[in-house]
Design a protein around this ligand. Structure first.
Ligand code: ZN
Length: 702
């Protein structure tokens, strides 16, 4: 359910930290008073009141479209995580571990990425056999096979990752109708730019993106040795435009009721004629898979028809372009720079590429592309191996049990909140409680570590390492099909060293990696108000996802089933509609408002998470909360929450977020406080204050 996970990350600057070798000195365990702008009235703009001074001082780095507190970037890591990961990788290199060991694979993968001289020397050679295969495609039968061979497990609706530049994406997850077994989900794809809106929205900005995208496609083809690239690029972009028109909008993709479409492999030819499905599934190694769940059937049907009607030469160019673009970062610098110029700068507003060392670390921590929107092939494959080192080095069993206690307190607070809901019938409450009973909670690190013995890593072959890595992950997931679901398995982009919580609706699981619980946002020595206000709110947020619109459609066994009494469901739909309206009214730009429907699940989670963490915080107190810097316990709690969301971004970044992200921009996430009575009391917020809502207009869902 998490997308662009950096926004879900806990990133509170609760304490000032100074790095010494491998250790952190905590200088201050209180809230970051220096970040605040106390000339702003909290009731007028709580975000600015809490973070105004920090926002004024923060400098947007050239290599990012935003800066977040604690150094969070789009690679899902904070400064501290990156430093720790970098230390562990250097250690792996120095160890000179035996060939085939996980430590050696970590060292070799990093070495191969850092060896730019080797990348330049090899030039286009690693690509050549793949391009030759595409050039050798004679007919649509061959083409269908090639499309099947390009299929990857590179989408994940459990985390709202719906984008793949391949024609379709595969997800292997618990079946909608048989949640005890893994099912094969097929999703729409085929677009290079992050979302259909980039192709179909008629605005000056979007038209500009389209023009520049076509120039990018042409430039990439040219650098890879193609001729006549301008007209080829034009045809590719026209094809993608046609695909985009068939795509289901992001706001609708999150509706799992619409996604529950069961097709047998034998149905595809009739339901989606055009593509030679037999060859496609043969290429994908899925001929033996009888059943599929097709997430966006209309789009799959539309895309399949285009495969038959579009010019084969254009399709082959499209396939070649996407292959080159996916691996651009490990091809000669001219191609890598071209990709960054478009996706990094034009789409994401970054003025400079990240240092190669940092990208090398991100290879282990983050499978996402520059836009944070799609899984890049072969990224994150060894994340679990580095995560094992990370957890062993930095997280003691004592630390884990301390975190566990906080998580259990928040779940207990949740139970009380459900029991106390005045509008909900006892039968509906019982199933909601049952969902909490069966929830799998992963804390700090997984119970078992992945086995990478089948993954070959060579110290001088980054292209091959990523290629083999993406296939390794693909086969690992395909091998799950039909087998019993292991809800304890962590998601594909979720590792101990990545600092964001996850909720996996279809797994009925929530995951809180170790990196969430470290300074500066979780500090064993800080007052409870701060830990609950920052890390605790994220815990509550993820729990609430099991009860958002998507989570509410799934019962305690993980099956899609309406477990609601009709009147309860009616109430839930009415309050969620009101929450949609609250967010629809927020306008980051005069010409662009938030999409309350697209962000609904995250907004529900923010609301429920803040309320549950607050209750748990109050329940954790054994006496009066200590006053710090003149702030009461409740004030510290809300300030810690707002501090954790401090982020400064440029316009390109915010625009992309509003259009393609399930999360609202941070300013509006912090405004969630206006729905909680306790916040009004804590800061003496009165009618006339800009954030003021009359008690009847304050949203309460869970
Ligand atoms: Zn979320």
């Amino acid at each position: 359910m998490n997308k662009q996970a950096v926004f879900a990350a806990v990133a509170a600057c609760l304490v000032s930290v100074a790095f010494t070798q491998n250790s952190i000195e905590l200088e201050n365990h209180g809230i970051a008073v220096a970040n605040m702008d106390r000339s702003v009235k909290p009731g007028d703009d709580f975000y600015r009141y809490a973070n105004g001074e920090w926002v004024k001082q923060a400098q947007l780095p050239l290599d990012s479209g935003f800066i977040a507190i604690a150094g969070w970037t789009e690679d899902q890591s904070s400064d501290l995580d990156r430093k720790r990961s970098a230390d562990l990788i250097q250690e792996a290199i120095k160890t000179n571990a035996p060939a085939g060991s996980h430590i050696r694979k970590i060292a070799d993968l990093y070495r191969s990425y850092m060896n730019e001289a080797e990348v330049e020397a090899r030039g286009l050679a690693p690509l050549r056999p793949h391009l030759e295969r595409i050039a050798a495609i004679r007919d649509r039968h061959d083409f269908a096979r090639a499309l099947g061979e390009s299929l990857r497990v590179d989408v994940n609706p459990d985390e709202s990752f719906f984008h793949t530049p391949n024609l379709f994406g595969l997800w292997v997850g618990p079946g909608f109708n048989d949640p005890k077994h893994y099912a094969a989900y097929l999703l729409q794809g085929g677009l290079g730019m992050p979302d259909r809106e980039y192709y179909v929205t008629d605005s000056e900005e979007m038209r500009d993106f389209r023009t520049k995208y076509q120039a990018h496609v042409s430039a990439v083809l040219k650098l890879a040795g193609f001729t006549d690239t301008e007209s080829r690029a034009q045809h590719i972009v026209e094809l993608e435009h046609a695909i985009a028109e068939k795509h289901i909008p992001f706001a609708d993709e999150q509706d799992i009721q619409k996604a529950n479409n069961n097709w047998k492999q034998t149905d595809f030819a009739a339901k989606a004629p055009g593509l030679d499905w037999t060859e496609f599934f043969r290429g994908a190694g899925l001929r033996g898979q009888r059943d599929f769940i097709v997430w966006q059937p209309a789009a799959v049907t539309g895309e399949s028809a285009f495969v038959a009607s579009g010019a084969l030469d254009t399709w082959k160019d499209w396939l070649a372009f996407h292959l080159i673009d996916a691996y651009a970062d490990v091809l000669p610098k001219a191609i890598a720079d071209e990709r960054f110029a478009f996706f990094g700068t034009i789409i994401s507003g970054r003025r400079k590429q990240l240092p190669r060392e940092q990208r090398g670390i991100a290879l282990f921590n983050n499978p996402l592309d520059e836009t944070g929107n799609a899984y890049l092939e072969g990224r994150g494959v060894l994340g679990d191996a580095l995560g094992q080192m990370f957890a062993q080095r930095y997280f003691s069993p004592e630390m884990k049990s301390q975190v566990q206690a906080m998580v259990l307190n928040i779940i207990a607070a949740y139970r009380h909140r459900i029991e106390a809901l005045p509008w909900m019938d006892s039968a509906t409450k019982a199933e909601a409680q049952a969902k909490l009973n069966t929830l799998y909670v992963g804390i700090c690190y997984p119970e078992t570590w992945r086995d990478y013995s089948g993954y070959e890593v060579k110290a001088d072959d980054i292209f091959g390492n990523l290629w083999r890595g993406s296939l390794f992950d693909y086969h690992r997931f395909v091998a799950h099909l039909g087998h019993a679901v292991d809800r304890r398995e962590w998601c594909i982009d979720c590792f101990p060293q990545t600092g964001d919580g996850r909720e996996l609706t279809m797994h009925n699981a929530i995951i809180f990696p170790a990196a969430m619980f470290q300074p500066p946002y979780f500090d064993p020595q800080a007052p409870a108000a701060l830990n609950y206000g920052a890390a605790g709110v994220v815990v509550g947020h993820e729990i609430t996802h099991t009860f958002d619109v998507e989570g509410s459609a799934v019962d305690s066994s993980g099956r899609i089933r309406n477990w609601w009494k009709p009147a309860d469901l009616e109430h839930f739909e009415a309050v969620t509609a009101a929450l949609v309206a609250q967010y629809d009214a927020y306008k980051p730009f005069p010409d662009l408002a938030l999409n309350g429907k697209q962000t609904l699940n995250e907004n529900i989670a923010d609301l429920g998470g803040l309320a549950a963490a607050y209750d748990a915080y109050r329940a954790s107190l054994t006496g009066a909360a200590p006053v710090q810097d003149g702030f009461t316990g409740d004030q510290q709690f809300f300030l810690a929450f707002a501090h954790s969301r401090a982020l400064k971004a440029n316009d390109a970044f915010i625009r992309r977020q509003v259009m393609t992200d399930a999360h609202s921009p941070e300013v509006f996430r912090v405004a969630t406080v206006r729905n909680l009575d306790a916040w009004y009391a804590a800061f003496d917020v009165k009618p006339g204050d800009k954030l003021y809502l009359a008690p009847a207009d304050r949203m309460r869902i869970w």
